[in-house]
Write a protein that binds this ligand. Structure first.
Ligand SMILES: C[S@@+](CC[C@H](N)C(=O)[O-])C[C@H]1O[C@@H](n2cnc3c(N)ncnc32)[C@H](O)[C@@H]1O
Length: 261
């Protein structure tokens, strides 16, 4: 990449990171985890003092509902990858934040490496990240309580912007996702490179079908591990280890799932 382009690319990535979470969204989700937060050290490692996360947890601290709240200081503050931040990460009990989109993979890697409890915001598409997907498949990471519909609104320098974001967590909140709606039966063609069949819309998943079905990632909003098993992603599962194809045409990311008995 030429240097000027690299610089531009970085600047764009940084600008795309400046999406601030609204207080009401933090509260609506986090209020469900109060029992988990009680007496814990909460670390908001991508946040300044003015962040909605820090304000929310400071209030809990004043009410004696968390032990302490630590934050990074944000841009110009501690990088979440710095030694200081990692030391705090290890010492804290639970990490709660909306990390920079451009560093999401690195961010998730760090949480997984340090086996932290967390509640974070990320894009729907982050599911395409293999390590995160594997944890979701194994029911070690799941989604928060907020539903996927409509995404989430964030505060940016250009006003409010909608993003297809969800909460990712490994804290048990006990809320079961809604039942997968069924609208109508459609033809379910078999892939060229797998025995499984394809559907493009999760609501076309027949309630009585027990075979393996390739579904779009949005299926996960209805994923209940008591009802479905996730077998793998397209590339883990196709004969040629490539994305799913039908009549030579590639499909966007597909997950292979099967209804449990
Ligand atoms: C999506 S914004 C969210 C900000 C805040 N957590 C919130 O929810 O309002 C991500 C923030 O992470 C900060 N950031 C970017 N790179 C970072 C890094 N390496 N370490 C810590 N924070 C970083 C950005 O400045 C940005 O404010």
């Amino acid at each position: 990449m030429p240097r000027t382009y690299q610089k531009l690319h970085r600047a764009r990535a940084a600008r795309n990171d400046e999406f601030y979470t609204r207080y009401e969204d933090v509260k609506a989700e986090c209020d469900h985890y109060l029992a988990h937060f009680f007496n814990k050290i909460i670390y908001c490692n991508c946040d300044t003092e003015s962040s909605a996360f820090v304000r929310y947890f400071m209030e809990l601290k004043q009410r004696g509902l968390v032990r302490d709240v630590w934050y990074s200081g944000g841009l110009g503050g501690d990088d979440f990858r710095s030694q200081d931040s990692i030391a705090k990460l290890q010492a804290a009990d639970i990490v709660v934040t909306n990390p920079p989109f451009s560093l999401f993979r690195e961010y998730v890697d760090l949480l997984i490496e340090h086996e932290k409890q967390f509640l974070i915001i990320g894009n729907h598409n982050a599911i395409g990240y293999q390590k995160l997907f594997d944890k979701i498949k194994n029911n070690e990471i799941w989604f928060g309580i907020r539903r996927w519909t409509g995404g989430m609104n964030f505060i940016t320098n250009d006003g409010i912007r909608g993003v297809s974001a969800v909460w990712y967590t490994n804290i048990k909140h006990g809320v079961i996702p809604p039942e997968l709606p069924f609208t109508k039966s459609v033809d379910m063609p078999q892939y060229d490179n797998s025995d499984a069949v394809n559907i493009d819309k999760s609501s076309n998943f027949p309630p009585d079908y027990k075979g393996i079905v390739g579904v779009p990632i949005t299926f996960l909003q209805w994923y209940n591990p008591d009802v479905f098993q996730i077998l793998g992603r397209d590339k883990d599962f196709t004969y040629d280890k490539k994305v799913c194809r039908i009549n030579g045409k590639s499909k966007y990311i597909r997950l292979f799932v099967q209804r449990k008995n």
